[in-house]
Design a protein around this ligand. Structure first.
Ligand SMILES: [Zn+2]
Length: 321
C-alpha cells in the first residue's frame, strides 16, 4: 500500500488542471491548459489526456485518476450529464473514456462534492467527521460529509445546496426554479442586485470603482464593502442572511460539526459569514449549536484538485483491500 501515486484532474469551463500527488496528498507536479470547450468533446478529452501524460511522466506508476467535473454528474456511472459550461456534452462517459486511453482506473465526481472532500481531507475540515462545505461563487454548490462519508444519493447528484428554496416566489434561478439560494446569494445574484440598487441610488462608490453601473460585479461589491460603502455592506449582509436561512435547514437535517464556506464570494470573509452566523445561531435548536463552527474554507483555488486527489486515493485504497 505504500508509495501510491495518483492524478487529480479538475475540469472547469475555462481551464483543465491536473496534479500528480503522493499518498499524503502532496502535489508533486502540475499542469494547466485552457479548456476551449467550444472546440468539442474530443478536443477537451485530448487536453485532459495531455495534462495526465505530462504530470505522470515523473512517477514510477499511477494507481488511480480522480476527475472533478461540473455537475450534474452521475458519479456512480462516471458520466457527465449536461453541464451548462461544457456545451455539447450530453451523457459523456468521461471516466470510461479516460480509463480506456490511459489504462488507469478513473473515478469521476461532481466538482463541488469533490471540493467538499478536499476541504474535509486536507483543509478546514481535517479534524472533524461531519462537514458541510458550500462554495459561493458564480453559482452556489456544495457537498455533505457525514460520519466521514460523502453523501452521494441515488444518482450521485446529492448536495446541490444552491438549489434549496430560501425565498418562496423569489428571483429565478439558473436551474429554472424560483427563490433558490443560488438566485439570492451567488456572486451573479449579488452583482445583479448591486446594479439594480446602484441605478436607483447613485450614492455608492461601487459606480466609481467599476467605471459604470453596468460594470459592477461581485468583486466590486466586496471591494466597496471593505471600504465601508453602506449599500455594498447591505448587499453582502442580505446574501449572508439568505445563506444563514439555508444553513438552518441543513444543520437541523444533518447535524454537522463544521460549515466551511469557500468560493470567490467567501473572500468577503466576516462581511458575509457574520450575518450568516447571526441568523444561524438565532434560528437553531440548542443541541445543534454545540461545538458548531462556521468558518471560511482554507484551501482556496486548489480545493477541487485536492478533492480529485482524495477521491483517487480513496478508490485506489479500496481496490487494494
Ligand atoms: Zn436553482
Amino acid at each position: 500500500m505504500s508509495n501510491r501515486y495518483v492524478i487529480g484532474v479538475d475540469l472547469g469551463g475555462s481551464r483543465v488542471r491536473a496534479v500528480l500527488a503522493n499518498e499524503k496528498g502532496e502535489f508533486l507536479d502540475r499542469c494547466e491548459f485552457p479548456t476551449l470547450a467550444d472546440k468539442g468533446l474530443y478536443f477537451v478529452l485530448e487536453r485532459i489526456l495531455e495534462c495526465v501524460r505530462s504530470v505522470s511522466s515523473n512517477a514510477p506508476r499511477i494507481d488511480a485518476i480522480g476527475v472533478g467535473a461540473p455537475g450534474p454528474i452521475n458519479s456512480k456511472e462516471g458520466v457527465v450529464s449536461n453541464p451548462p459550461n461544457l456545451p455539447g456534452w450530453v451523457n459523456v462517459p468521461l471516466a470510461k473514456l479516460i480509463e480506456e486511453k490511459t489504462g488507469i482506473p478513473t473515478f469521476l465526481g461532481n466538482d463541488a462534492n469533490l471540493a467538499a472532500l478536499g476541504e474535509f481531507t486536507y483543509g478546514s475540515g481535517k479534524y472533524v467527521q461531519h462537514l458541510i462545505y458550500i462554495t459561493v461563487s458564480t453559482g452556489v454548490g456544495g457537498g455533505i460529509i457525514i460520519d466521514g462519508q460523502l453523501l452521494e444519493g441515488h444518482n450521485g447528484a446529492a448536495g446541490e445546496v444552491g438549489h434549496m428554496v430560501v425565498q418562496p416566489g423569489g428571483p429565478k434561478c439558473s436551474c429554472g426554479g424560483y427563490g433558490h439560494l443560488e438566485a439570492l446569494s451567488s456572486g451573479t445574484a449579488i452583482a445583479k442586485r448591486a446594479r439594480e440598487a446602484a441605478s436607483l441610488n447613485k450614492d455608492t462608490i461601487m459606480i466609481e470603482l467599476a467605471g459604470s453601473v453596468d460594470k459592477i460585479n461581485a468583486k466590486i461589491v466586496d471591494e466597496a464593502a471593505k471600504k465601508g460603502d453602506p449599500l455594498a455592506l447591505k448587499l453582502l449582509e442580505q446574501a449572508g442572511q439568505w445563506l444563514g436561512y439555508a444553513l438552518i435547514n441543513l444543520i437541523h437535517i444533518f447535524n454537522p460539526q463544521m460549515i466551511s464556506i469557500g468560493g470567490g464570494v467567501s473572500e468577503a470573509g466576516e462581511l458575509l459569514l457574520g450575518p450568516a452566523r447571526k441568523v444561524v445561531f438565532e434560528g437553531l435548536m440548542p443541541v445543534f449549536k454545540q461545538d458548531l463552527q462556521i468558518v471560511k474554507a482554507s484551501l482556496g483555488g486548489d480545493v477541487g484538485l485536492a478533492g480529485a486527489v482524495a477521491l483517487a486515493l480513496q478508490e485506489s485504497a479500496k481496490s487494494k483491500v
